[in-house]
Ligand binder design. Structure first.
Ligand SMILES: [Cu+2]
Length: 138
C-alpha cells in the first residue's frame, strides 16, 4: 500500500511535468515558396508558413502593400467550395501549407490591377506583420 507521503511526492512530480510541458514561448514565423496564380479577375496566393517557435500563432488578415485598396481574404475549401475564414492557425513547431484546393489567400480584383508582382502583407496575431513578395502568374 502506498504511503500518503509517496502519493504527495508523485502528485508533485506529475504537476511539475504538466507545468513543464505547457511552458510556451513566442512563435517564430517564416514564409517559404510564395506563389501567386491569377484566376480570371482574382489571384490565389499559396505559400508555406513555418513556425519554429514554442508558441502558436494565428494568421488573421492580409493586404497588398502596393495596392492598399485591394481586398485580401483568407480562404479555405469547404465541401468543394471556397469560403472566407476569419483566421488560419499556425501551431507551435508546426507548418501550415497554403495550396491549391486547400487554404489560400485570395486577392480580389488583382487580375484587373495589371501588376505581375506584389508584396502581400500578412498580419499575425502575435508576430505582427510579415511581408511576402510574390509573382502573379497565369
Ligand atoms: Cu479563394
Amino acid at each position: 500500500m502506498k504511503s500518503k507521503g509517496f502519493s504527495l511526492f508523485l502528485t508533485a512530480i506529475l504537476l511539475f511535468m504538466v507545468v513543464g510541458c505547457s511552458k510556451s514561448g513566442p512563435p517564430e514565423i517564416s514564409i517559404k515558396w510564395p506563389k501567386g496564380l491569377l484566376e480570371g479577375t482574382d489571384a490565389a496566393v499559396f505559400m508555406v508558413i513555418l513556425n519554429d517557435g514554442e508558441g502558436g500563432d494565428s494568421l488573421t488578415g492580409c493586404s497588398v502593400k502596393e495596392i492598399p485598396d485591394l481586398v485580401c481574404e483568407l480562404h479555405d475549401i469547404v465541401d468543394g467550395r471556397m469560403k472566407i475564414v476569419p483566421a488560419i492557425e499556425v501551431p507551435p513547431k508546426g507548418t501550415v501549407e497554403l495550396r491549391p484546393r486547400g487554404r489560400h489567400i485570395m486577392l480580389i480584383g488583382a487580375g484587373q490591377s495589371g501588376v505581375s508582382e506584389v508584396t502581400v502583407r500578412l498580419t499575425f496575431e502575435k508576430s505582427g506583420e510579415k511581408d511576402v513578395r510574390t509573382e502573379l502568374v497565369r
